[in-house]
Write a protein that binds this ligand. Structure first.
Ligand SMILES: Nc1ncnc2c1ncn2[C@@H]1O[C@H](COP(=O)(O)OP(=O)(O)OP(=O)(O)O)[C@@H](O)[C@H]1O
Ligand SMILES: [Mg+2]
Length: 318
């Protein structure tokens, strides 16, 4: 039985290809495209699978792209609870210029999720036969969805004793934190916005996260700092952990991979400090792969071991 449910309100199919040179006006001959499932929670489900944990992915789907999304997820053996929508699932486009190695990412607007469809999402979540331990809400909100809807979801989950993990941004993140969640994974830009400032240095990151914990908005705040690793704050702990040095190829999916590592750590009973290191290991391992590819388990395990051996001395009490 899956003890984790992921929710992706704004899923996508990611179509990626390469072209020799990207230049205007001429017809660009592209390689055979690769199709992958996309969207925050869906990526978390895929990354969890790599770590060996099953989850249930809840998401809206519509049109032929929606059918494709479901096929792709079935190939990865992800359990799905889709809600069918009138509008069609979006398809993002990613193209690598082979001459420069540069990647161009074209994100399409999300599909409309109307009020009735939103209600169905809530019904699916409330109707799960077994109550999961974690609900991971990840990604942006599509058109038609107000932050208040996420708040309703969080409220319903908390009433059932489910631990909510949130990885989103803007007003949605703000309102969900006002409701209070178990774990949040903002990046430093998202945390700065929450704190109402332009940027935060290391110490200010810990302070801003501490404020969230103190105000009861979150029990665990993991602020990801890209190549600088992450900072975890709970009521008992402040810990800055550097990311391991890796050969970075693409950072796409690093945040989602990190969230999967965090949830897997908590699910399997690791302590908070170990859990954050696993999250960093998964995030950094994801950057070692090109394009939209997530991490290889062996890379994540190796980096996790390195982090345990080299970074476990420096935590301070909060
Ligand atoms: N250049 C890098 N080198 C090594 N590790 C990295 C790099 N970029 C990201 N990571 C790893 O991935 C984790 C998450 O990255 P980041 O802080 O960029 O998240 P994010 O901004 O939420 O990403 P996303 O764009 O996927 O949402 C970091 O904590 C780190 O472990
Ligand atoms: Mg992110």
């Amino acid at each position: 039985m899956a003890r984790i449910v992921t929710l992706t309100l704004n899923p996508a199919v990611d179509k990626s290809t390469t072209a020799d040179h990207i230049i205007p006006d001429q017809k660009l001959r592209c390689a055979t495209p690769k199709f992958e499932p996309g969207g925050g929670g869906i990526n978390v489900s895929r990354a969890l699978k790599r770590l060996g944990a099953d989850s249930i992915a809840v998401f809206p789907v519509g049109g032929p792209t929606g059918v494709l999304l479901q096929e792709l997820l079935a190939l990865e053996e992800i359990e799905q609870h889709p809600v069918h929508t009138v509008s069609r699932t979006r398809e993002n486009f990613i193209v690598v210029d082979a001459s420069s190695g540069q990647q161009y990412r074209f994100g399409m607007p999300g599909m409309l999720l109307d009020v009735e469809e939103q209600q169905q999402i809530l019904t699916v979540l409330k109707g799960l036969t077994e109550i999961p331990e974690f609900l991971v809400i990840s990604g942006s909100l599509p058109p038609g969805v107000e932050p208040e809807f996420l708040v309703r979801i969080v409220r319903a989950a908390k009433a059932l004793g489910i631990k909510v993990v949130i990885d989103t941004s803007g007003p949605a993140l703000h309102q969900v934190l006002n409701e209070g969640v178990y774990l949040a994974k903002p990046n430093v830009g998202e945390l700065s916005k929450m704190a109402g400032v332009d940027e935060l240095d290391n110490e200010a990151v810990a302070q801003a996260a501490h404020t969230l914990v103190r105000d009861g908005k979150c029990e665990i705040v993991v602020t990801s700092l890209g190549p600088q690793g992450a900072c975890v704050v709970t009521k008992d702990l402040v810990d800055h952990i550097p990311a391991p040095a890796v050969k970075k190829r693409s950072t796409v999916g690093a945040g989602d991979s990190m969230v999967a590592g965090l949830v897997y750590g908590l699910l399997t009973g690791l302590g908070v400090r170990e859990t954050v290191r696993l999250g960093i290991a998964c995030g950094s391992a994801a950057t070692m792969n090109p394009g939209t590819e997530l991490f290889h388990k062996a890379d994540a395990e190796k980096l996790y071991k390195w982090l345990l051996q080299n970074t476990m001395t420096a935590a301070t009490a909060a």
